[in-house]
Design a protein around this ligand. Structure first.
Ligand SMILES: [Zn+2]
Length: 262
């Protein structure tokens, strides 16, 4: 697949090679993606289709999950035969999927590489204000979240039609930093509290825009995050044991400190 090919042609070529095959191996250097793959492996799962949606390339798996990549300027998908030498350095590979039919699809240098669900995909069509950009409009996101008063704030932060860009890590960290109980309903928190939560999410997203491991702490040593992935370990602020609970219709994991986030 020549570089510079447009997304649609890339999706068509990948679809021809991958659809119907099963994943033999799925590797990634993206920390969040790697954690998700460790928790729920994709090895053995069938690839249903590859498609371009807007600026996103989606690889859909039989279990309802999709790998979403946004290539921006520097990203590219390459297709190789198993064992064939890659045209770019392995260090630039963000994700590599090997199939049981002898193909390896490699995504190089994409700024967005994440597993998402069908539910999230519908939301891609009408995204809310993009909190990863400097031009982010927090008041519009607040208005859209208010319209979802019945949701818990942990769920509302992930609604991409309200605020685009927040994933599960940023959600958990922003809730911790704002001292908010993830399970409170949007209708139960004040405008001021909601605005602070939105501002904190925006700040973390901007701070983590460059590649590299996500972080919400400025500490030079110790964990990079306050609560995400730390269930069973002591809270870095108060020592209480961090917990994890599944939340919302999608059962997304929510890590929190029961004391700091009362
Ligand atoms: Zn705590």
């Amino acid at each position: 697949m020549p570089e510079g090919d447009n997304l649609f042609r890339a999706a068509t070529a990948l679809h021809k090679a991958l659809a119907g095959a099963r994943v033999r191996d799925f590797r990634s250097d993206v920390p969040l993606l790697r954690r998700e793959l460790d928790a729920r492996p994709l090895a053995g799962k069938r690839i249903e289709k590859v498609e371009a949606r807007g600026k996103h390339l989606l690889i859909r798996f039989e279990d309802g999950r999709s790998l979403r990549t946004h290539l921006r300027m520097r990203g590219a998908w390459h297709l190789y035969r198993s064992g064939e030498a890659w045209q770019r350095s392995e260090r630039q590979a963000r994700a590599a999927i090997e199939t049981d039919t002898g193909f390896v699809a490699v995504c190089f240098n994409a700024p967005v590489v994440e597993l998402t669900t069908d539910f999230d995909l519908r939301d891609l069509e009408r995204l809310g204000p993009d909190a990863t950009t400097d031009a982010f409009d927090p008041s519009e996101s607040l208005r859209r979240m208010r319209a979802r008063g019945e949701l818990s704030i942990g769920e509302a932060l992930l609604v991409q039609r309200a605020m685009a860009g927040v994933g599960n890590v940023i959600k958990a960290e922003a809730l911790f930093l704002c001292g908010q109980d993830p399970f409170r309903r949007v209708s139960e928190v004040s405008d001021e509290q909601l605005a602070r939560l939105i501002a904190e999410s925006h700040r973390l997203l901007v701070a983590n825009r460059e590649s590299g491991p996500r972080t919400s702490r400025n500490a030079l040593t110790g964990p990079r995050v306050w609560v995400y992935g730390r269930s069973g370990k002591p809270c870095l602020r108060c020592g209480t044991i961090i917990r994890m609970r599944r939340q919302g219709t999608m059962g997304r994991s929510t890590y929190y400190c029961p004391s700091c986030q009362g």
